[in-house]
Design a protein around this ligand. Structure first.
Ligand code: 0R9
Length: 339
């Protein structure tokens, strides 16, 4: 602690920050939903989401998640690196601001917006608050910057340069606090693997890697889909008999809102339609899914009518008819989603 005092002195704004982080520790459920295994895994997604935002901004094409011995998670991206300069509002480095001020990633961002987001979308500062310790390494402008936080987000030192590099990126390592996650602090490989594969399908061209270094032999899965949701549809239909070879794929972007649809019919009866908004499965549907259903029924009916495919006594095909045996993914990326 003596060492901390020398390197990091506290003023009124630091106290406000510490109070914010303390509020997260007092009521973690308000920020991550639960402190069960589900909440524990949510910490990983909060950090990965920041890397995905960097990928969606066009600056990162690889994200690696490593599980290390001792319940430690390391997330590595090859983006621009978190901004290291002094933050205008907090007077601290932007790195420290992102990691200690609640919601800082969105509000204080470098002009962009947060598109990807877990269930709660509360950011890296919440992960820091709920960790025994957290370390950040930023590779930027030829330097390696480093900062460590302990006991729920308290900085051990200021952000400092510890070396040189010729690449760019961000590495965040953390150990979830067992005092908070008192049910378990052990990560489940399959849970992480499934979501990482889903994120790779939903973000075409992005390489996502999961490594487990907890026990030998190490485990590794790597996902990289140039076709994105087109390949997702092929994956979902892999054990079915498709009735047309080509997967239908459309994409468009209007007013910063990106829409992608992939679909293929199989010879089954059951429809399998999954919709996502900002990489989150919208189980309850929503306007994007409803719009898709209506458009599909309309397009098929128009085509059928124009080509005299409908029997005289049949006025039109209903929605259920049009969705029979359909596997479809609808993915929307929206800067201001309404959940
Ligand atoms: C390993 C986990 N990765 C991250 O948490 C991460 C955050 C992050 C980032 C930016 C780039 N890479 C990142 N990785 C970034 C850089 C710049 C602008 N926006 C984003 C830039 O160079 O100008 N940031 C996430 C939030 C912010 N940066 C900030 F802008 F709020 F500071």
């Amino acid at each position: 602690m003596e060492e901390n005092k020398v390197e990091h002195s506290y003023d009124e704004s630091d106290i406000q920050v510490l109070e914010g982080l303390e509020a997260v520790r007092k009521r973690p459920g308000m920020y991550i939903g639960t402190t069960s295994a589900r909440g524990l895994h949510h910490l990983v997604w909060e950090i990965v989401d920041n890397s995905i935002d960097e990928a969606l901004a066009g600056f990162c094409n690889e994200i690696k998640v490593i599980l290390e011995k001792g319940d430690i998670v390391k997330v590595i991206d090859n983006g621009r690196g978190m901004p290291t300069g002094k933050h205008a509002k907090t007077g601290k480095s932007t790195v420290e601001t992102i990691l200690t001020v609640l919601h800082a990633g969105g509000k204080f961002g470098g002009g962009g917006y947060k598109v990807s987001g877990g269930l709660h979308g509360v950011g890296a500062s919440v992960v820091n608050a709920l960790s025994e310790w957290l370390e950040v390494h930023v590779h930027r402008e030829g330097h390696i910057y480093y900062q460590r936080f302990e006991k729920g987000g308290v900085p051990v030192s200021d952000l400092k340069i510890i070396g040189d590099c010729d690449d760019t990126g961000t590495i965040v390592s953390f150990k979830a606090d067992p005092l908070i996650f008192n049910e378990t602090t052990v990560y489940d490989y399959d849970t992480l693997n499934q979501r990482i594969r889903e994120l790779a399908f939903l973000n075409k061209g992005l390489k996502l890697i999961l490594e487990d270094h907890r026990n030998e032999p190490y485990k590794k899965n790597e996902y990289h889909y140039e076709g994105g949701i087109k390949e997702y549809v092929a994956y979902l239909n892999r054990n079915k008999t498709a009735i047309h070879e080509e997967i239908i794929y459309v994409e468009d972007e209007i007013d910063d809102i990106k829409v992608e649809v992939g679909m293929q019919y199989n010879d089954g009866y059951q429809p399998n339609i999954y919709s996502f908004c900002n990489n989150i499965n919208t189980h309850e549907g929503g306007t994007h899914e409803e719009g898709f259903r209506l458009a599909l029924t309309r397009v098929i009916n128009n085509y059928a009518k124009n080509n005299n495919f409908l029997k005289k006594d049949e006025e039109s095909l209903n929605g259920d008819d049009c969705r029979e045996g359909l596997t479809a993914i609808i993915s929307v990326k929206h800067p201001d989603p309404q959940y």
